[in-house]
Design a protein around this ligand. Structure first.
Ligand code: SF4
Length: 310
């Protein structure tokens, strides 16, 4: 689960990928849902059978007590093995790191590019070293900017270096254009050459490159599939894209139920409509009056992808 713990941040990175609705706003989201309490985060984690949580922002350490409260609730509910990693663009001191011990398993530091030329002397390297001594898994997570190879001297001291392919952002578009950057093509959100700039580092075992299309499609699809599987009724079909397909009869009554020969668990009544297996509806639709259709939508009862009248 992605737990966006606040949109506040003290940095002003020109490449910031945050969306307008989130940037600078002290809001909390569990995946795409706005929440207001640890209990709601737990509900969302249950819905998708989350094995772990990624705490992001904004800058999570600006709301340290909130991070601690949510991480405590998640660990207590799902067990200490529920893996939690925390993103931060600050270089916290020992007391701050100590306050997260036992609640967070991994810390992903984001040193800003101004620090990269002298990374060995930066406060970020000190923070990573302290974090490792305190038992955290610790490394860097940065965007694939030109000059990312300057981080190479730090590699022997890091557990990992995650490089995210640079993405064109709603709020960063002007900054990107003013730097002569452009999209890789008309279909993807990745910035041209970002993958190339990280190429010289990719043979190191600590380096993981995350292509923009992976984040866009694979991670989202996997999350949707888990939610779909956990919320599907016995007659819903879960697709490979993580959507749900079922049949609908509007204005249906006892006559239709009798004609379709539906047993318990074969259907659900929602107001004046019956929802059932789309296969059953398609097979018997000639015998049924009223408006009938097959619907494909995102779970749980989310956006409609397609509606096919019968
Ligand atoms: S540290 Fe992260 S959230 Fe803050 S401005 Fe930079 S990219 Fe945006």
């Amino acid at each position: 689960m992605v737990l966006f713990i606040t949109g506040r941040c003290s940095r002003k990175c020109w490449y910031c990928p945050l969306a307008k609705e989130r940037k600078g706003n002290d809001m909390i989201f569990a995946n795409e849902r706005e929440i207001h309490s640890p209990d709601e985060a737990i509900d969302e984690a249950r819905l998708m059978s989350a094995l772990g949580t990624s705490i992001t922002g904004g800058e999570p350490l600006l709301v340290l007590e909130r991070v601690r409260a949510y991480a405590t609730a998640l660990k207590e509910t799902f067990s200490p093995s529920h893996h939690i990693h925390l993103y931060t663009a600050l270089a916290p001191d020992s007391p701050t790191l100590l306050s997260l011990r036992g609640l967070v398993d991994e810390i992903r530091f984001h040193p800003p590019p101004e620090e990269w030329p002298a990374i060995l002397n930066s406060a970020f390297l000190e923070a990573v070293t302290t974090a490792k001594q305190l038992g955290f898994s610790a490394g860097f997570e940065v965007p694939g900017l030109k000059g990312v190879n300057l981080l190479e001297p730090a590699l022997p001291l890091l557990d990992f270096l995650n490089i995210n392919e640079l993405e064109w952002g709603e709020l960063s578009a002007d900054e990107m254009r003013s730097r002569g950057l452009e999209l890789i093509d008309g279909l993807h959100n990745a910035v041209r050459y970002s993958a190339k700039w990280s190429q010289p580092l990719r043979h190191h075992r600590q380096v993981h490159f995350c292509p923009s299309r992976f984040k866009d499609s694979v991670q989202l699809r996997e999350r949707l599939k888990r939610i779909a599987r956990n919320t599907a009724r016995s007659f819903d079909e879960v697709t490979d894209d993580g959507t749900i397909v079922y049949g609908v009869i509007e204005g249906a009554g006892p006559k239709e139920k009798h004609t379709l020969d539906l047993g318990p668990g074969d259907y659900e009544e929602c107001g004046d409509q019956i929802e059932l297996s789309w296969h059953t509806l398609k097979r018997k639709s000639q015998k049924i009056k009223g408006r009938k259709y097959i619907i494909e939508r995102y779970p749980p009862r989310g956006i409609v992808v397609e509606l096919t009248p019968l």
